[in-house]
Design a protein around this ligand. Structure first.
Ligand code: 3PY
Ligand code: MG
Length: 255
């Protein structure tokens, strides 16, 4: 039996991976998203209700469905980056990476020496992957994916320097915050022409640097456009909205 490809392997192969967004901190919901066909499920600790216990169980539940488990830690919480990997996450999406220093801290928490400073303790991750700890160590730096969220003008300004950070695997565009910060707090317009044009430029520069490009998408149109722009890791579908929409549609069947 050949092992299923890792998320990193899929991204290296330029495969498009669509991730669901899990906010409700209910592990079985993450599993259901994987069973529904999502290739990856992102457990959100920044704006979602996930804590370390639901991330621990959510990663296991996601893997049980065959999907790749991804975690978004809270802002500046680099300790949680290492913990997410120790618990078996394949990628971390770090919010508000606005400088080279932030990117270095992300890489530090993601990669073992000599690239980073991640401390040793991946026992749950190794177990979930059916690996011995030495095998885990041998492949960890290649298979743990650090994605830096680019979602402010400062981050866009520093993009080339951020992309030059050794060990940073890629970026992930947050169009909501990008629109909020670009408008100086006046509006959240993630699908606007300005934000979408900026996203296209970020994707091109990221791919030119040989790194993975990901983006959060608020509509199907944005998700399709993101794919055309060269993004390959695409967030499309937040479980809370999916549930609301499905429930409303179900009720409407009897109208
Ligand atoms: C953003 O659009 O700012 C995000 O962080 C998406 O989750
Ligand atoms: Mg954001």
């Amino acid at each position: 039996m050949t092992a299923a490809p890792t998320l990193a392997a899929r991204l290296r192969a330029d495969e498009t991976v669509v991730t669901a967004w899990s906010t409700l901190a209910v592990p079985i919901l993450a599993e259901l998203l994987g069973r529904a066909g999502y290739r990856a499920v992102t457990l959100d600790m920044q704006h979602g209700a996930h804590d370390i216990a639901s991330v621990r169980d959510g990663i296991t539940a996601t893997r049980l469905s065959g999907a790749h488990a991804v975690v978004r830690p809270p802002v500046d919480d680099f300790a949680t980056v290492s913990r997410a990997f120790d618990l078996g996450a394949e990628a971390v999406i770090m919010p508000m990476v606005n400088s080279v220093e932030d990117a270095l801290a992300l890489v530090g928490a993601t990669k073992y020496p000599p690239i980073g400073t991640r401390s040793w303790g991946p026992h749950r991750a190794a177990m979930l992957q059916g690996m011995t700890p030495p095998d885990y160590l041998a492949s960890a730096n290649a298979e743990t994916v650090a994605l830096a969220m680019i979602e402010t003008p400062a981050a866009v300004e520093a993009l080339d320097e951020i992309l030059a950070v050794d060990g940073l695997d890629g970026i992930f565009v947050g169009p909501g915050d990008l629109s909020l910060t670009l408008s100086d707090g006046k509006a959240v317009t993630p699908s606007s022409e300005t934000v979408q044009a900026m996203a296209a430029d970020i994707a091109a520069r990221t791919r030119a640097a040989g790194k993975f490009a990901g983006a959060f998408c608020n509509t199907a149109e944005d998700a399709r456009a993101a794919r055309d722009m060269g993004f390959r890791f695409i967030a499309h579908g937040v479980e809370m909205s999916l549930l609301l929409d499905a429930a409303a549609a179900k009720l409407a069947e009897l109208d």
